[in-house]
Write a protein that binds this ligand. Structure first.
Ligand code: ACO
Length: 337
């Protein structure tokens, strides 16, 4: 046992039953590259088609160069911009907004938007209030121009900057460099109940705003694909949006909070499970550190089956998740003494 907690506490308060953490050789960019290859195969495209790469992540491999540049190099993409987007858990959905603008203005014709995180590397594994909530993961989508009335129909993005300090990670970043502090020995500032309330308010009001401007009632939404941080937050947001839980996609029990990766992983799984029909209306609310929030109304296209499949997979880790966590804890303990 590493921290004083129980499965019952975690399941009851969060709905989380299972989480994944990456093996030693993996980083955010290796996860992002694998996800990108799978997305390209599903879209029947190759690296030569891509002219924009956005990686939404709060856990980049390095401060610079950006994780997206490593993905670009690994895929062999030679055209267009590649950059990271930092809006923590809202990052992927913010990235969809950015890519959509690139495409709408003609700057890009084929964009990869990737949500990828390795929170296992920045968690404080001695802090039970946060280390039980997060997991690692990645997923990607390809966006292309279309003359049809598809894609992002309406969006609401926002930020409660005045409350940014209720969710903050110490020990990484420019504020800590040359200050005599050990970089990477992270500590979390996390006011769970306040974050919970802001998450419900931010995502709930963004959903209401988008539905009102679209002139739609909640019955018109085929599936809500929300940020997956906590089952109770999802239930409150669904209630506020007026959509019953049968039309809300939930997989937080399988992965925990994978930050920017939660919405794209949920989107991919919803597709694989046949929950998204051609032309479906999707509502995608997200919330994260910052405190960023958003909701997007998306009209799905005609294709719901992948054109191709990529066989790429992560190699099995020789170490169990518990062994890795114990190693991180030991390393931090040694470094601080
Ligand atoms: N195991 C056992 N007990 C625990 C644990 C744990 N892992 N963590 C906290 N507790 C204890 C607390 O110490 C407290 O004990 P006390 O009553 O003796 O003081 C008790 O459990 C209740 O703690 P609360 O914080 O009041 O529990 P709450 O019901 O609020 O649930 C939770 C905590 C799950 C963190 C919730 O507040 C939450 O989900 N908040 C939102 C977090 C989130 O989803 N953030 C999304 C953005 S994250 C990002 O952007 C990076």
């Amino acid at each position: 046992k590493t921290v004083d907690t129980t499965s019952d506490w975690i399941v009851q308060r969060t709905g989380i039953r299972n989480r994944y953490i990456v093996g030693e050789g993996e980083t955010t960019s290796t996860l992002a590259t694998g996800a990108a290859r799978k997305a390209l195969a599903a879209a029947g495209l190759t690296a030569a088609d891509v002219d924009l790469i956005i990686v939404a992540t709060a856990t980049p491999d390095y401060t610079f160069p950006a994780t997206a540049t490593q993905v670009q190099a690994a895929l062999g993409v030679t055209r267009g911009a590649a950059f990271d987007l930092q809006a923590v858990c809202s990052g992927f959905v913010f990235g969809v907004s950015v890519a959509e603008k690139f495409i709408a203005t003609g700057s890009s014709t084929c964009a990869l938007v990737i949500g990828a995180e390795t929170f296992s590397r920045i968690l404080d594994w001695s802090d039970r209030t946060t280390c039980v909530l997060f997991g690692d993961g990645a997923a990607a989508v390809v966006l292309q121009a279309t003359p049809r009335d598809e894609g992002v129909q309406l969006e609401k993005l926002g930020c409660y900057g005045e409350s940014r300090e209720i969710l903050r990670i110490h020990g990484i970043g420019g504020a800590y460099v040359h200050q005599g502090r050990l970089l990477g020995a992270t500590e979390w500032q996390f006011e769970g109940q306040d974050i919970f309330k802001k998450a419900v308010h931010g995502m709930g009001s963004a959903c209401e705003d988008v539905l009102r401007r679209a002139g739609l009632t909640p019955e018109a939404i085929d599936l809500v694909i929300p940020h997956q941080a906590n089952l109770r937050i999802i239930e409150f947001v669904a209630k506020r949006a007026g959509v019953p839980m049968e039309r809300v996609y939930v997989n937080v029990h399988r992965y925990g909070n994978m930050s920017a990766a939660t919405v794209p992983v949920a989107l991919c799984e919803a597709l694989e499970e046949g929950r998204i029909a051609p032309g479906a209306r999707l509502l995608m609310p997200a919330f994260g550190g910052g405190l960023t929030f958003c909701a997007h109304l998306v009209r799905w296209g005609t294709r719901t089956q992948p054109i191709g499949l990529s066989s790429i997979d992560l190699p099995p880790s020789p170490h169990s998740a518990l062994e890795l966590v114990q190693r991180y804890r030991r390393a931090k303990g040694h470094a601080l003494t």
